[in-house]
Each structure stands twice: as structure tokens, then as C-alpha cells.
Write a protein that binds this ligand. Structure first.
Ligand code: B4P
Length: 196
């Protein structure tokens, strides 16, 4: 099963992807996590990505496409994967289609988490507060000023993917305003019980 979770920043893509990993035993491919790991390890990709991410902008398509292409060739992706936060531009959507075609694979589903803008910023602020209270590092982009830019980038560059996948008949929407468990139930209702 090859699945895309689509939605604005803070919609709960990462949260839901982790739950699907537990259920299906296929990996979560979060480009945000991969980029943060590259920044922490100070790799050449991380050095390029750091300032862009801190500003709430999108990292270049070339960088992100390359890390995903490398990742999907890992053995744990053989039975499928959950793309969390990728694709985020039409160019990335084209790239993933080509990548999969070259490997004789295809996308099975695109699930959009629909959440009001007002709720998103509240979640991000809460995550920053919880991390601080737990003595964990706070993400540099988890503050209201940078969040505004993340949301602007989303509407400008990522929201067009909704129409793109809708036109292909692949898009399914779920109410991301519901509780985490309810969102999980809605997603699972759209997917098969197991993956082969
Ligand atoms: P990401 O790491 O993908 O960050 P995100 O969009 O904020 O995460 P997500 O939607 O997964 O929210 P989460 O579940 O954590 O990207 C960060 C940056 O990396 C980007 O700005 C960009 O610079 C770069 N990047 C990543 N991918 C890229 C790409 N493809 N191309 C270019 N650049 C890229 O949930 C957020 C909070 O809400 C959590 O605290 C959670 O507990 C809470 N929550 C979740 N579900 C909830 C619910 N139902 N009710 C209440 N709270 C909920």
C-alpha cells in the first residue's frame, strides 16, 4: 500500500502516519523528519535546508525528491509506505509519479486531513509548550510568526495538489478537526484491513 497524507502544517499528518505504521507495519516517510535529521547531522543537505525550514519555507524540490527516491529503495519499503508531508508541490507530485512508475509501482490513495486554519496555529503553539515543559527541544518553526509563513507556503504551493489528486479520482477527505482517535477511525475506514 502506497499512501499520501496531505494537509496543512499541523493537520496531524505525522500523528496519523505513526498510527498507520503500527497497524500496517509499513514505514512512515516523513520528509520533515528526514530533513530535521539531516540538519541535526549537519550533512550538506542539512546545511542547505536549515535556514529555509527555520523560515517556514519549502526546501527545494530537487533536494526533497532526491531524499525520497533514495528512501523508497530501502528494503523496508517493499510492501509499501506512508508519505507524510510529501509531495508538497506539483513538481514533487510529478516526481513521485515518475519514481513509482520507474519501479513498476503506483500510488493507492491520497488522504487529505481537513482542518480550519484557526485550529492549526493552536496545535503548533501547544506542541511547542509541551516540548518545553518536558525539557525537549522546541522546533524552530513551531511559533506563530513562522507558522504564518508555513501556512502561506501551504496555500500557494501545496493546496493545488488537492485539485490535482481530485482530478485523478484518488483524493479522499477526512475531518481532521475530530479527535485523534476519530481521525484514525475515519482513515482506517478508507483503507484495507491489512496489506499483503
Ligand atoms: P513537517 O515536519 O511535515 O511539519 P508539519 O506539517 O507541521 O506536521 P504535521 O501535519 O505532521 O503535524 P503533526 O501530526 O505533527 O514539515 C516541516 C518543514 O519541513 C516544512 O515547513 C518545510 O520547511 C520542510 N519540508 C518537509 N517536507 C517538505 C517537502 N516535501 N518539500 C519541501 N519542504 C519540506 O501535528 C501537529 C500537532 O497537532 C501535534 O502537536 C499533534 O499532537 C497535534 N494534533 C494532531 N492531530 C490532532 C487532533 N486530531 N486534535 C488535536 N490535536 C492534534
Amino acid at each position: 500500500m502506497r499512501l499520501i497524507l496531505l494537509g496543512p502544517p499541523g493537520a496531524g499528518k505525522g500523528t496519523q502516519a505513526q498510527r498507520l505504521v503500527s497497524k500496517y507495519g509499513i514505514p512512515q516517510l516523513s520528509t520533515g523528519d528526514m530533513l530535521r535529521a539531516a540538519v541535526a547531522a549537519q550533512t550538506p543537505v542539512g546545511q542547505k535546508a536549515k535556514a529555509v525550514m527555520d523560515a517556514g519555507e519549502l526546501v527545494s524540490d530537487a533536494i526533497v525528491n532526491a531524499i525520497v527516491a533514495e528512501r523508497i529503495d530501502q528494503p523496508d519499503c517493499a510492501r509499501g509506505f506512508i508519505l507524510d508531508g510529501y509531495p508538497r508541490t506539483l513538481a514533487q507530485a510529478d516526481a513521485v509519479e515518475t519514481m513509482l512508475k520507474e519501479r513498476g509501482q503506483k500510488l493507492d490513495s491520497v488522504i487529505e486531513l481537513v482542518v480550519d486554519d484557526g485550529a492549526l496555529v493552536g496545535r503548533i503553539v501547544r506542541r511547542a509548550e509541551e516540548a518545553k515543559a518536558a525539557g525537549q527541544p522546541v522546533r524552530k518553526d513551531d511559533n506563530p510568526e513562522v507558522f504564518e509563513e508555513r501556512l502561506r507556503e501551504y496555500y500557494k504551493k501545496t493546496a493545488p495538489l488537492i485539485g490535482y489528486y481530485h482530478a485523478k479520482g484518488m483524493l479522499r477527505g477526512v475531518d481532521g478537526m475530530a479527535s485523534m482517535d476519530e481521525v484514525t477511525a475515519q482513515i482506517e475506514a478508507l483503507l484495507p484491513e491489512t496489506v499483503g
